[in-house]
Design a protein around this ligand. Structure first.
Ligand code: UGA
Length: 429
């Protein structure tokens, strides 16, 4: 099948690579000519495990271009994977999506299945349908399908091939799209959940909000654990053993970040407020997340009352491991906070870099081992495998102080203690 994918970001590129692997012919389009040129030259502009390899492997089935009208003509199926950033009032910026639909309206000459994969607030698929009608496009020329993605950065390729579910939202009178979508995804064995447009849109927001809720819940429990000498890892294990709760997303830490949870939670609060629905649970999830770092900084200050001019090393810059994405990264917020307290901040990340405007507030090292030499404290901010498996003997021999703050509860406490270092985790002493 000839498939047009609009937007060469995380979702668009992962979808392109996977659908090409399924055997489809992919026309991936983006307005950013620099990005497209890189892709045409075989360079993938983001770090995502296996993505480059998969794009390379399927290079005969994927073309990259900036020519959207041409790709619309060539394809019967169009995936829309453009960004939908959050605005300061919590609403969602749909301008990229809107502009895609303007081009589709201008160039639609044969029947298309238009699949919206971008995360969009309930009512958006309906709105785009109304827009095409208002532009004079015949309703017999297209169907719009909502097909939200559940890809995690860092394991997006795996998630594409092994999804828990495939959600599709279709219009009531749409008798064609379900068959087409099932055909596109025929290599997958996951269950299909077929619902309305608004149902599919809500599933996406509710999923991210629930996962964020689990994280804030365990972070709140970690705060209490600290005062009662309970280890939050044991608590999470005991809690997660109940199948009604489940063990995932109960890793206490310095809070969630990324381009999805903060934005999607805010968007859900916003759309609820627009209908005068109160969201006390979502409000609390946000409140815990936005104060989690402060709690953790207090712990650092208890151990190191004055950090003015003290060398402190923050390990990790990315918002999570296996990505170079730094959007809403708690590690960056931590670096900024330490800088504002007067610390001499050093940092290291295997893939991510400090943004240009923050390079003056911390020194980013090229190697893990050089980053902590003579530091008073080492703080783990991102649970990269390389950081979780630090050589504690080397750390002990080269740091000036002895404080190890495990902001992701990802290192072996006993081993750290064995080398005479002072271990502080989140909700575990
Ligand atoms: C999230 C969802 O997990 C995906 O299902 C969804 O498709 C995606 O958003 C999206 O909307 O596109 P992602 O933001 O890539 O994926 O990353 P997560 O693995 O969910 O992690 C988000 C944040 O939560 C990270 O900062 C991570 O460190 C933190 N986290 C995660 C915790 O603090 N504790 C946990 O137990 C799990």
């Amino acid at each position: 099948m000839n498939i047009c994918i609009i937007g060469a970001g995380y979702v668009g590129l992962t979808t392109s690579a996977a659908l090409a692997e399924f055997g489809h012919l992919i026309h991936c389009v983006d307005i950013n000519s620099e990005k497209i040129q890189k892709l045409q030259n075989g360079n993938v502009p983001i770090y995502e495990p296996q993505l480059k390899e998969l794009i390379c492997k399927n290079s005969d089935k994927i073309t990259f271009s900036t020519n959207l009208p041409d790709s619309i003509q060539k394809c019967t199926v169009i995936f829309v994977t453009v960004g939908t950033p959050g605005l300061t009032d919590g609403s969602t910026d749909l301008s990229f999506l809107q502009s895609v639909f303007t081009t589709i309206a201008q160039h639609l000459q044969s029947y298309k299945t238009i699949i919206i994969k971008s995360t969009v607030p309930p009512g958006t698929n309906q709105k785009m349908h109304q827009y095409l009608l208002a532009k004079g496009v015949s309703p017999f020329m297209y169907n719009i399908v909502s097909n939200p993605e559940f890809l995690r950065e860092g394991s997006a390729i795996n998630d594409m091939f092994h999804p828990d579910r495939t959600v599709i939202g279709i219009a009531e009178d749409d008798k064609r799209s379900e068959v087409i979508i099932r055909d596109i995804y025929q290599s997958l064995s996951s269950p299909f959940i077929v619902t309305s447009w608004n149902g599919a849109e809500m599933i996406k927001y509710a999923s991210n909000a629930f996962l964020a809720t689990k994280i804030s819940f365990i972070n709140e429990i970690a705060r209490v654990c600290d005062f009662y000498g309970a280890d939050v890892l044991d608590v999470a294990k005991g809690l997660g053993a109940d199948p009604r709760i489940g063990p995932l997303f109960l890793q206490a830490g310095i809070g969630y970040g990324g381009s999805c949870f903060p934005k999607d939670l805010q968007a859900l609060q916003h759309i609820a407020a627009a209908k005068l629905v109160k969201t006390p649970i979502l409000d609390a999830v946000h409140e815990v997340n936005s104060t989690q770092l402060e709690w953790y900084i207090k712990k650092l200050q208890e151990e190191l009352p004055s950090i003015q001019d003290k060398k402190v090393t923050v390990l990790g810059i990315a918002f999570k491991p296996n990505t170079d994405d730094i959007r809403h990264s708690p590690a960056i917020a931590l670096i900024q906070k330490l800088h504002s307290l007067g610390a001499d901040v050093h940092t290291y990340d295997p893939k991510a870099s400090l943004p240009a405007d923050l390079r003056h507030i911390a020194i980013q090292h090229k190697s893990l081992k050089s980053s902590y030499i003579d530091s008073e404290a080492v703080i783990i901010a991102t649970d990269w495998p390389e950081i979780c498996q630090l050589d504690w003997k080397h750390v002990q021999a080269h740091i000036k102080g002895n404080l190890i703050l495990d902001g992701r509860n990802c290192i072996n406490r006993e081993e750290v203690l064995r080398f005479g270092l002072n271990y502080k985790g989140v909700g575990r002493g």
